[in-house]
Design a protein around this ligand. Structure first.
Ligand code: 8X3
Length: 248
């Protein structure tokens, strides 16, 4: 039977790697992202069936209207991967940019909620489904200058716990994944395009790559139906806490 996974933030980083990996695993994919060209580019690389939806998870009306009008054959979503999310800025609270704060709280928290709210009722009807929320080690432990990013990921942790409490009796599994340092566009976005500064984040050690997290997601969705992997924290070998990285 056709298995469908919906991935947000599918145009880059962990979302994109997850799309490639789940397609390898035979999933048909609903790919969501802001950039139509990137979605189309990715679609060309995939051999399973793909439906693309361009919207910004922060836009509640768009999320509701786009996900509300999925064609019948794409409604049976088995796996939702909430991967959309970003860090914007790295500064102490007293100088934090409030636009950055809005972007993080609106995307990482409210966007994840809007998408989930649109998909969960169908899963409840089918008494089956699996939601994977991309949190971060920033959601486990707050670090200096990361106050709002960490707060947004602590919210993701709470949402994963709360979803599991509300949805277990509905036959839905919830997995929270908290990666440490993964080399993607993450730091470049955080530092607003400053490639040099972004590169430094990953210098002197071997960071995780997006494919490591995609492999983990493929593992988590492929375990027997009786098993729920509730929460996974993943560090690169050189990292022991959010701000503690052993650099050579
Ligand atoms: C990414 C991990 O520690 O750079 O969420 O914030 S960290």
């Amino acid at each position: 039977m056709k298995k469908i996974a919906l991935i947000t933030g599918a145009t880059s980083g962990i979302g994109r790697a997850t799309a490639l990996k789940l397609a390898e695993n035979g999933y048909d994919l609903i790919l969501c992202g802001r950039r139509t060209e990137k979605l189309e580019e990715l679609k060309q690389l995939l051999t399973t069936q793909v439906y693309t939806l361009a919207f910004d998870v922060r836009d509640r009306k768009e999320v509701e209207s786009q996900l509300g009008k999925l064609p019948e054959e794409w409604k049976n979503i088995a796996v939702l991967v909430n991967s959309a999310g970003n860090a914007h800025g790295l500064s102490p609270i007293q100088t934090g940019d409030t636009d950055d704060w809005d972007a993080m709280m609106d995307g990482n928290v409210k966007g994840l909620l809007y998408v989930s709210r649109a998909i969960i009722p169908g899963m409840i009807e089918r008494k089956k489904g699996h939601i994977i929320n991309l949190s971060s080690v920033a959601g486990k432990q707050t670090y200096a200058n990361g106050v709002v990013y960490c707060a947004s990921k602590k919210a993701v942790e709470a949402i994963s716990e709360g979803m599991r409490l509300d949805l277990t009796e509905q036959g839905i599994k919830v997995t929270n994944i908290a990666p440490g340092a993964v080399e993607t566009e993450f730091s470049e976005v955080r530092f607003k395009g400053d490639k040099e500064r972004a590169k430094k984040v990953y210098e002197g050690y071997e960071p995780l790559i997006a494919e490591d997290i995609a492999d983990l997601i493929a593992y988590v969705v492929n375990v027997p139906e009786r098993v729920t992997i509730a929460d996974v924290t993943v560090y690169p070998k050189a990292q022991s806490a959010p701000s503690t990285i052993y650099r050579r």
